[in-house]
Each structure stands twice: as structure tokens, then as C-alpha cells.
Ligand binder design. Structure first.
Ligand SMILES: Cc1ncc(COP(=O)(O)O)c(C=O)c1O
Length: 321
């Protein structure tokens, strides 16, 4: 069914599914696994690569010749759009909001290295950033280019519907009866895609979303909207009960989006020492802290296998001065 949607291969095959024996021993849970979406060949990888497979598939199907994307300097989506454009022979225009004199480090440095045209917008809000992106698309079209705006949530979510299938096949091959999936709760694209993909296959997975951005009602409403859109988009009969499989955990939010907490700093240090994992602070370290907390509170029982999704974001650790 997902094969009806145009896609280009950017992930390059299944990402590793690995046991975390050492952290498991310390946490007292013998069946902790990790899906390594931080391990992809494209420019440090990450969850956005799976969305880009479908965004660029759509762009190429429409005959586009330039990708347009907007974000903040630490944006993984901007970095990976620039990388995917370089890989597929498209141009990329990246609009960066925020202090226009801030140096390009980490993600933004990679974006520049990939040859994207970078435009600095200054300190504009999210709405204005979106308006400026649409304006850039209109201007490019008026100048005879065929621009494609990166970011549609429904198209992007298809990447994780596919990832659910990939993970389920890997687990089956290992005779692993996965029951719990832990991942960041943010804009909802990755999460809804994976929930949708698991529903298509009737998988017995409970989803633990560790919120890094929104309160539970807002995140739930975002998921609901994307899921409803996905049923429409794919022409499938909707399953209204999907959110019953979702646990939203806001205990790691701390001071809010992008602000590290004591637990997230500790998680970054522990998972590095015990599992050689690199965790950035905005999305990933809070999610791993959430895994430990849910295991400690038995929200993830010790006799049921759990898998955490590492969504990448690795270059962010090089962004601090
Ligand atoms: C590394 C990383 N993890 C998680 C997320 C959250 O994904 P989503 O926006 O699909 O909820 C993002 C989004 O930017 C990300 O870059």
C-alpha cells in the first residue's frame, strides 16, 4: 500500500536493531532494544531522512528542481534536506530564522557544506517563517523554477509507517516479541507515522511518547489530526481506537523545548558510557531519560520487550560554543 507513493531510497537499507545489555543490567530490564535511526549513510542520518524519502519522491514526481525548507539553525530537517538535495541532484534553499549573525555550527555547518543556498531571516516567529517560506516558493515559481516546499506532515509520516514494517520484520527475524516502543513526542509526524504503520500490520505495540515540546492534550490533538489525515491520504478504513495504544509522558519536559534537564544530561552521560551512544539534548536525551523513568516506574514491565527509537540529531552536540 505504501508502495503506491513515490519514494527515493535515502536510508540505504534497514537501520540496526540492537540489544542494550549494559544499560538493561543497570536499569533492571533484560529486554531493552534500540532502533538506530541515528545510523544512516546520509550526512549523520536521523528520523527526517525517512520523511525525506517520501518528500523528495513527491518532489521528483512533480518535476521539481529545487527544495525549499525553513527552520532554526539547529534544525535537523534543514540539514538533511540540504544533504538529500545534494544526493539527488536538486538545488536547496534553506531559510534560517534566528539571529542572522550567529555562526554556522553543527547542523547549519553541514547544511552549508552540502551546497544549499542559505538565507538568514533574522529573529522571526514560526508563523512568519512559514509565510516567508511560502513567499520564497512563489518567487521561485515566478522566476521559472519548479520549487517543492519540504514539510507536509502526511507525506512525511509515510516514512515512519514504513519504518514500523522494517522494525517488525527485524524483530520477527530475531524471534523478538516487541511490546513497547519509546520515541520522542514532538510535532507528531514520526510518532503518527509509526503508530499508523503498526496499525496497518496489527502489531501489539504500545507507544510511549516522551514529550519534548507540548503538553499531552496538544500532542494528542496533533497525533489525532495526522492520523485522520493518513487514513484519508491512503484511502484506508480508519481505526478510531489508535490513540488508546499511546501513552504520553510529559515528565521529561522540564523547562520546555530545547532546555536540558538534570535527567537528560545524566541520560546522555549514562548511555554514552554504557552503550557508546551519542544523545543530543533537544529530542533524544530526554527520550532516553523517559525510557529509564518508565522502566523504573514499571510503566514498561520487566518481562515485556521494549525498543527505543534513536531519532538522530547528532550534529547538535557540536553547536555549543
Ligand atoms: C532528532 C529528532 N528527533 C525527533 C524529532 C521529532 O520528530 P517529529 O517532528 O516528527 O515529531 C525531530 C524533529 O525535528 C528530530 O530532529
Amino acid at each position: 500500500m505504501l508502495s503506491a507513493f513515490p519514494r527515493v531510497d535515502l536510508v540505504g537499507g534497514p537501520t540496526p536493531l540492537e540489544p542494550m545489555h549494559r544499560v538493561g543490567a543497570v536499569a533492571g530490564h533484560p529486554q531493552l532494544w534500540i532502533k538506530r535511526d541515528d545510523c544512516m549513510p546520509l550526512a549523520f542520518g536521523g528520523n527526517k531522512v525517512r520523511s525525506l524519502e517520501f518528500w523528495i519522491g513527491e518532489a521528483l514526481a512533480q518535476g521539481s528542481d529545487i527544495l525549499v525548507v525553513a527552520g532554526a539553525l539547529p534544525s535537523n530537517q534543514c540539514r538533511l534536506t540540504a544533504a538529500a538535495a545534494a544526493k539527488t541532484g536538486l538545488d536547496a534553499l534553506v531559510l534560517y530564522a534566528g539571529d542572522a549573525s550567529a555562526p554556522l555550527r553543527g547542523n547549519a555547518l553541514v547544511t552549508e557544506r552540502m551546497g544549499a543556498e542559505i538565507r538568514r531571516l533574522g529573529p522571526v516567529g514560526e508563523e512568519e517563517r512559514g509565510r516567508l517560506a511560502r513567499q520564497a516558493v512563489a518567487e521561485l515559481a515566478a522566476a521559472g523554477r519548479r520549487p517543492y516546499l519540504i514539510g507536509d506532515p502526511l507525506t512525511g509520516a509515510l516514512g515512519y509507517a514504513r519504518a514500523a514494517e522494517e522494525l517488525s520484520e527485524q524483530a520477527s527475524a530475531l524471534n523478538l516479541d516487541l511490546r513497547h516502543i519509546v520515541l520522542p513526542g514532538s510535532m507528531g509526524v514520526t510518532e503518527a507515522g509509526m503508530i499508523f504503520g503498526a496499525a496497518l500490520l496489527d502489531l501489539p505495540w504500545t507507544f510511549h511518547l516522551i514529550s519534548v515540546e507540548y503538553d499531552a492534550p496538544v500532542l494528542r490533538q496533533r497525533l489525532d489530526a495526522i492520523l485522520k489525515g493518513l487514513w484519508r491520504h491512503t484511502g484506508r478504513e480508519p481505526r478510531p481506537d489508535l490513540l488508546d495504544l499511546v501513552r504520553i509522558d510529559v515528565s521529561q519536559l522540564g523547562g520546555g523545548y530545547g532546555i536540558a534537564t538534570e535527567a537528560s544530561l545524566q541520560a546522555a552521560s549514562d548511555f554514552a558510557r554504557y552503550e557508546a551512544l551519542v544523545l543530543e539534548q533537544t529530542y533524544v536525551a530526554k527520550t532516553f531519560a523517559g525510557l529509564l523513568s518508565r522502566v523504573a516506574h514499571r510503566s514498561i514491565p520487566v518481562d515485556e520487550a521494549a525498543c527505543i527509537l534513536h531519532t538522530g540529531g547528532t550534529p547538535s552536540i557540536f553547536e555549543t560554543a
